[in-house]
Design a protein around this ligand. Structure first.
Ligand SMILES: Nc1ncnc2c1ncn2[C@@H]1O[C@H](COP(=O)(O)OP(=O)(O)OP(=O)(O)O)[C@@H](O)[C@H]1O
Ligand SMILES: [Mg+2]
Length: 313
């Protein structure tokens, strides 16, 4: 086994909290949560059945890198990365808003724009824009954090009491500051930070950054050279390859959810390349059997006992 798609344990120190598309959360105690960044992948909003080796380590490592780089902009939830796939974080009171920020007109926003939508979460965008066009300044398009992530304007966010006007101002300022920092940094590495989303929480009344930051799962990355050569065909660096393959290999008109081994290998290679481009380091993973490595790392933190079961699949 060389992938983590699920971590199960009967350790009394770790209780299951939440399963997302890619990450699982376990409760350590009232103040602490363990995030398991698995090798699961989704595309076209569907869960793919084949995991991608090292994708979890790449995402966890990239998020850890950015949390460190941005801690002077805003404090964050990281306590420690205790394993390539595991991040120990401070439990915050999550703010139920996804702070989506966009530098370019693409994705779902472009689809809305093409259909005539001009008001996006309370921001009016002008007529005559083209697909993938860069905005004069980044546009905030917050959404609710529920099953259908609906657009919500700052006025509604405050009026419905999701956050106070004061906290909203801080979230907005920090979002734009983080996005500017990320965009400039990545531009120097040949990557366009097209759009991303941040999540914030309150810890002892203070605003902190939670969840993940500037990973390929929470952001759209384009290769700068692709964008410059042909702006309207730029594609997400991480998933374009899998998506193209899925489209070319439909079965009865449906994209396949099992991915061919050579496509998996190439996807791993691409994630590792993104890791290297972002952090400037090669992805280093200890050469230990996963089951053993994770057990050892959990035990070091006192999160699992010798007789507790650990199941990684
Ligand atoms: N430090 C933290 N304190 C409290 N909640 C957190 C913290 N960090 C992340 N969260 C929350 O944990 C959840 C992580 O869920 P995750 O992103 O894995 O799945 P999801 O948001 O339900 O779905 P998706 O897979 O589509 O993102 C989010 O609701 C996020 O707000
Ligand atoms: Mg999420």
């Amino acid at each position: 086994m060389n992938c983590i798609t699920k971590l199960e344990t009967n350790s009394p120190k770790l209780t299951f909290l939440h399963r997302g598309k890619v990450r699982d959360s376990l409760r350590v105690d009232d103040k602490t949560r363990l995030i398991v960044v698995t090798d699961r992948i989704s595309a076209f909003n569907k869960k793919i059945k084949t995991p991608i080796p090292n994708k979890g380590a790449v995402l966890n490592g990239i998020a850890g890198y950015w949390f460190e780089q941005t801690k002077n902009i805003i404090p964050n939830h990281v306590i420690q990365i205790i394993d390539p796939n595991l991040m120990l974080v401070k439990e915050a009171e999550p703010i139920k808003v996804e702070m989506v920020v966009r530098g370019y007109l693409t994705g779902s926003m472009w689809r809305g724009y093409e259909e005539g939508q001009r008001n996006f979460s309370g921001t009016i965008v002008s007529d005559g824009l083209k697909k993938n066009q860069k905005f004069d300044s980044p546009v905030l398009t917050p959404t609710t954090k529920d099953d259908d992530d609906t657009e919500i304007s700052p006025d509604e966010i405050i009026r419905t009491g999701l956050v106070s006007a004061e906290i909203w101002e801080q979230m907005k300022t920090k979002t734009l500051e983080l996005f500017r920092f990320g965009s400039e940094y990545l531009a120097s590495k040949g990557i366009v930070l097209v759009d991303t989303k941040y999540e914030f929480g309150l810890l002892n009344g203070e605003l902190i950054l939670i969840d993940e930051i500037h990973t390929p799962d929470s952001s759209r990355f384009w290769r700068k050279s692709d964008y410059e050569a042909n702006p309207d065909s730029a594609e997400q660096i991480d998933k374009e390859f899998v998506r193209q393959w899925m489209l070319a290999n439909k079965i009865d008109g449906e994209v396949p959810l099992i991915i061919a081994p050579e496509v998996v290998a190439e996807t791993t290679r691409r994630y590792e390349e993104i890791y290297e481009m972002v952090t400037g380091q090669k992805l280093q993973i200890p050469n230990l059997e996963l089951q053993i490595r994770v057990r050892v790392n959990l035990a070091k933190e006192g999160l699992i006992g010798e007789n507790d079961e650990l199941l990684l699949v």
